[in-house]
Design a protein around this ligand. Sequence first.
Ligand SMILES: Cc1cc2nc3c(=O)[nH]c(=O)nc-3n(C[C@H](O)[C@H](O)[C@H](O)COP(=O)(O)O)c2cc1C
Length: 188
Amino acid sequence: MGHPGAGPTERTPLRVPTSPSRRGLSPQPALRQVMAQFATGVTVLTAGGADPHGMTANAFSSVSLDPPLVLCCVAKAARMHSSIVAAGSFAVNILASDQQAVSKYFADWKRPDGLAQFDAVSWTPGGKTGAPLFTGALAWLECELAQVVEGGDHSVFLGRVVATGRGAGEDALIFYSGGYHDVEGRAA
Ligand SMILES: Cc1cc2nc3c(=O)[nH]c(=O)nc-3n(C[C@H](O)[C@H](O)[C@H](O)COP(=O)(O)O)c2cc1C
């Protein structure tokens, strides 16, 4: 039996971190700042069908190998959201280090609607989904929409992977601390 009150943890006052709101920060900027420390690749999600669209996204992850599942998180306010739901499928283009301009373009609300937006890149329609696959990407996946999970102001789209391939790109484009980097961590 120990000695009640004698342990160092009981003598040391608990250090509770000051909450973001008590430091004058609302939780959203604090969350953005913290998540910006998580380095990711960069993708462009695409959907074909009657409402084709593409959108830059880094909220992408593998989920399961068997069955093969990936996820991406798309803002409910994004045009991409209704486009994926309408198509019932999507593709994920994993961008190469020389595709920073492609990432910026597909994050810019001023780009054209419909298929015209893809005139800016070289692409082919996916054999399984018809979603645009970028020739210069590092790699791509075609997915059937398996499940839509509620996620606040975003939806989590779970995709069953039905085809994969490699593009012409060689090194990954990295997004970290609000900026683009190459795989060696240099600002690009
Ligand atoms: C590097 C980067 C990553 C992004 N990741 C996401 C993401 O994962 N999900 C999302 O909904 N928006 C993300 N965005 C924002 C969208 O690309 C942007 O709001 C886009 O204009 C929405 O397009 P849409 O409304 O035409 O579909 C990201 C933007 C950048 C630059």
